[in-house]
Design a protein around this ligand. Structure first.
Ligand code: AMP
Ligand code: GLY
Length: 424
């Protein structure tokens, strides 16, 4: 089978790494890929924004399986363009990708079908949103409707902070059209966990749970990032809770979409809050999480190409998806200035030593200069290791992190700590 991974970040590096291990794969492409992915995939310089160019290239090369990593091409209809050319694509069509692409769409679907999530109101008028917030209390959450690279959510601790968020989204349009509509939502309390699932249109097979670490600094302090690390499985999601999430969230959501005439196929990512009243949806994503994927795929005991291809054919079976015992931990190394900015061009040392320490280093934002890698983004590396226990996985990942160095590197030191607390 020939497969093409679309994207070039850490998540796509992990997807390509796992696909490359499949006995089914004879040839792997990465579009556009990265220097690190070029070690086992042929990188093709078609820009991510060129949807027709990507679909045409895959058709021309006779690609049997297209795997779309990021959300933007999915919400813009890359899967539809590929399917129109007869290609098998792992990833939802444009209609289904609205689950991530529009918070208003996702929230209305959940309300209509009684899927547990925070209470909310939608606004298209700035003054109405401000009045609503002033008549309520804080904390309260303000969300831009559309995609905003993970930055469109403000958990406001005061009414004035929420009002300021509405003004910057709707008045100043800091996220462009994405902020034309906003959702004002009840602030939930509890621990967050991600549950991703393979979906073939009707059959839903959950993956192992994972927990992201969104804030830049230890102890969940500082601004939100794309994710500073993840571990899997996350003990906060007990077996009983996982079943509850399947029964009350994942299965009803795919069924609700089907009732609305929309088939969901690909990875469905449920970002959850475990509240006193049980698990509730924080957000849906229409693709794999980054960096959850790096940790989760390390534990996949199965053939990712076979699983993904089955999703595209409607023939997914739970037996295809098994998980290794033990745990995995991914620690992100970010560049100076992240998340406000990112520093490029710093030379990265110690990658071989990190691999020798037993970790797999997924590249989120690097470039090759001569024979070495340099930083080329906010999140630079996802240093990932597995072990027989969560503690062992954490220790191995951090031992590898200690081998790597670049100027201005930022690393959280407590990835997995919440999981360890649950286990104690
Ligand atoms: P999102 O981009 O939707 O994942 O939101 C970013 C982060 O904001 C989430 O990971 C949560 O930590 C937080 N968040 C979003 N919605 C809520 C909510 N209703 N209550 C509390 N925290 C929230
Ligand atoms: N790790 C969160 C995300 O991928 O959206």
């Amino acid at each position: 089978m020939k497969a093409a991974v679309i994207g070039g970040g850490g998540r796509e590096h992990a997807l390509a790494w796992k696909l490359a291990q499949s006995r089914q794969i004879e040839k792997l492409y990465a579009i556009p890929g990265s220097a690190a992915m070029a070690e086992f995939a042929e990188c093709v310089a078609v820009p991510l924004a060129d949807l027709d160019g990507i679909a045409a290239y895959c058709e021309k090369e006779g690609v049997d399986l297209v795997v779309v990593g990021p959300e933007v091409p999915l919400t813009e209809g890359l899967a539809d363009r590929c399917r129109a050319r007869g290609l098998a694509v792992f990833g939802p069509n444009q209609a289904a990708a609205q689950l991530e692409g529009s918070k208003v769409f996702a929230k209305s679907l959940m309300k209509k079908y009684h899927i547990p999530t925070a209470a909310y109101e939608t606004f298209t008028d700035e003054k109405a949103a401000v009045d609503f917030i002033r008549n309520g209390s804080a904390p309260v959450v303000v969300k831009a409707d559309g995609l905003a690279a993970g930055k469109g959510v403000v958990v406001a601790q005061t009414v004035e902070e929420a009002v300021a968020a509405v003004k910057s989204m709707m008045g100043d349009k800091i996220f462009g059209e994405s902020g034309g509509r906003v959702v004002v939502e009840e602030c939930m309390t509890g621990e967050e966990v991600s549950l991703l699932a393979f979906v073939d249109g009707k059959t839903i097979v959950p993956m192992i749970s994972a927990q992201d670490h969104k804030r830049i600094f230890d102890h969940d302090e500082g601004p939100n990032t794309g994710g500073m690390g993840a571990y899997a499985p996350a003990p906060v999601l007990t077996e009983a809770l996982r079943q509850t999430v399947m029964d009350t969230i994942l299965v009803p959501t795919v069924a609700a979409l089907a009732t609305e005439g929309i088939t969901y196929q690909g990875c469905l990512y449920a970002g959850l809050m475990i509240t006193e009243d049980g698990p509730k949806v924080v957000e849906f994503n229409c693709r794999f999480g980054d960096p959850e994927t790096q940790a989760v795929l390390m534990l996949l005991d199965g053939d990712l190409a076979e699983i993904m291809y089955a999703c595209t054919q409607g023939t997914l079976q739970p037996e295809m998806v098994n998980w290794k015992a033990g745990a995995a931990c991914c620690v992100i190394m970010a560049s100076q200035g992240y998340p406000a900015s990112s520093h490029k061009g710093d030379r990265i040392n110690g990658l071989e030593a990190a691999a020798a320490a037993g970790a797999v280093v997924f590249h989120s934002g690097t470039q090759k200069r001569d024979d070495s890698y340099i930083t080329n983004g906010g999140r630079v590396l996802g240093v990932t290791a597995e072990g027989p226990s969560l503690q062992a996985a954490i220790d191995k990942a951090y031992a590898a992190v200690a081998e790597i160095s670049f100027d201005g590197q930022q690393v959280r030191h407590d990835i997995g700590a919440k999981g360890l607390r649950h286990l104690r």
